[in-house]
Ligand binder design. Structure first.
Ligand code: GLN
Length: 444
């Protein structure tokens, strides 16, 4: 049924970079037989899903949305791929994305842009645009995306689905193509909050193969589907409702807050005094880490190699032809920030301000259990409408501070503005995903 749906909508939505029809059908058949035989089955047995194309799949192309990895077939699975397979998942394909996860609209895909299923003239958000659109268009039951500065939550908001960015360290990054390693996290995009908790149950938990993965006692996240927020203390940071927020989006969020109040939550204003530095800090740290991570694409070890007479020329041509414009812009920015003489002024300074932002959040969590805000300042915009990279970067102001602090955060559909979905962001303490699910479920 899902494959049929893919056939009927994919020409318009373009959420997939590849569909592995035969493998998926064989796996589904296997699941059917297991079920019919009454054998022991996984929690996700036989359920069709797809993965963002920066998650390694053994024997299946993993392009990261880039020409430079166009024909790259990883010899191993990402840890999340492995865990899903063990739980019985059926992988039906790999999902389109902004090249190397750099972007907010999917227009930076090295192949073709994804379209928003609610309006094919609009962007689905990014960089996990394919992951959000595929779930919204009912092409898969769930998907995984990655979030470095909002790439799960913002597309979830634009496409009207549920998207969780777990706490940094909760889900293994082993086999995720690195963008900015101190910010990247993998998480589920689903139709419902409960589905989301089921998928997190499978993918979360310590993995010795990722040195930043944290050993913690993982609860059963589906146990948080309690229909109550009685006494929940919700902080609303005033900086999130400042200039740039679309008034119709604001209305939807204010209405959601009053719903919470009616359900018995306590709402109070709070403040993130260093919020104005979050975007500049992010664009120093993320580009610095990206410039270092992307040094490995030299035509020797992975993917595409350009023809040339000598080695240096081969490096240059490979990178010049293989990377898209936004990726090159970021490599240059990051290389500059890490250069001798500039390191202290930019990178080190950014790391210090990052600590201040972390402390701002910690202070809020002394008085509040969760923070609520819009996920994005606007609804999905038209393709081609944001050609200025800075205007595009501004769209991530509400999601980026969360990655800088390593906190978990979920986007849940909260209503519509001008007929397009609006997402509500709920941010929690480190490893408090359960409480996010509780708050999201009660509202859903
Ligand atoms: N849009 C942000 C960027 O371009 C965040 C991307 C992400 O979370 N991967 O960097």
């Amino acid at each position: 049924r899902f494959l049929k749906r893919v056939c009927s909508v994919e020409a318009g939505v373009q959420a997939f970079l590849q569909v592995n029809r035969e493998d998926a059908l064989a796996r589904a058949e296997e699941a059917d037989q297991k079920i019919a035989a009454g054998a022991e089955i996984g929690i996700l047995e036989g359920i069709p899903m797809a993965l963002k194309d920066n998650l390694c799949t053994a024997g299946i192309k993993t392009t990261c949305g880039s020409k430079i990895l166009e024909n790259f077939v990883p010899p191993y699975n990402a840890e999340v791929t492995e865990r899903l397979a063990k739980a019985g998942a059926v992988l039906i394909g790999k999902l389109n994305m902004d090249e190397f996860a750099m972007g907010s609209s999917n227009e930076n895909s090295g192949f073709y842009p994804v379209k928003n299923p609610w309006d094919l003239e609009r962007v689905p958000g990014g960089s996990s645009g394919g992951s959000a659109a595929a779930v919204a268009a009912r092409e898969v039951a769930y998907s995984l995306g990655s979030d470095t500065g909002g790439s799960i939550r913002q597309p979830a908001s634009f496409c009207g689905v549920v998207g969780l960015k777990p706490t940094y360290g909760a889900v293994s990054r082993f086999g995720l193509v690195a963008f900015a390693s101190s910010l990247d996290q993998i998480g589920p995009l689903t139709k419902t909050v409960r589905d989301n908790a089921h998928v997190l149950n499978v993918i979360a938990g310590h993995d010795p193969k990722d040195s930043t993965s944290v050993p913690y006692s993982k609860p059963d996240y589906t146990g948080f589907m309690i229909n109550s927020v009685q006494g929940l203390r919700i902080g609303v940071p005033k900086e999130f409702f400042a200039q740039g927020l679309n008034p119709e989006v604001e209305q939807v969020i204010r209405k959601a807050l009053s719903t919470y109040e009616k359900m018995g939550a306590e709402i109070g204003e709070c403040s993130l005094p260093h919020m104005e530095y979050a975007l500049p800090v992010y664009y120093i740290i993320a580009t610095a880490e990206a410039s270092s991570n992307l040094a490995r694409y030299d035509g020797v070890k992975y993917g595409f190699r350009a023809e040339a007479e000598d080695m240096i020329e081969m490096y240059k041509r490979t990178r010049a032809q293989g990377f898209g414009e936004e990726v090159k812009r970021r490599i240059m920015l990051g290389t500059y920030a890490l250069s001798s003489g500039y390191y202290d002024a930019y990178y080190l300074k950014a790391q210090k301000v990052r600590t201040l932002i972390r402390q701002d959040f910690a202070k809020i969590f002394e008085d509040f259990d969760v923070i609520i805000s819009p996920t994005a300042p606007t609804v999905a915009y038209k393709l081609g409408e944001r050609s200025d990279p800075l205007a595009m970067y501004m769209g991530d102001v509400y999601t980026i501070p969360v990655n800088l602090a390593g906190l978990p955060s979920i986007s849940v559909p909260a209503g519509f503005a001008g007929g397009l979905p609006v997402g509500l962001q709920i941010i929690g303490r480190h490893f408090d995903e359960g409480r996010l699910y509780q708050a999201a479920y009660a509202f859903e």
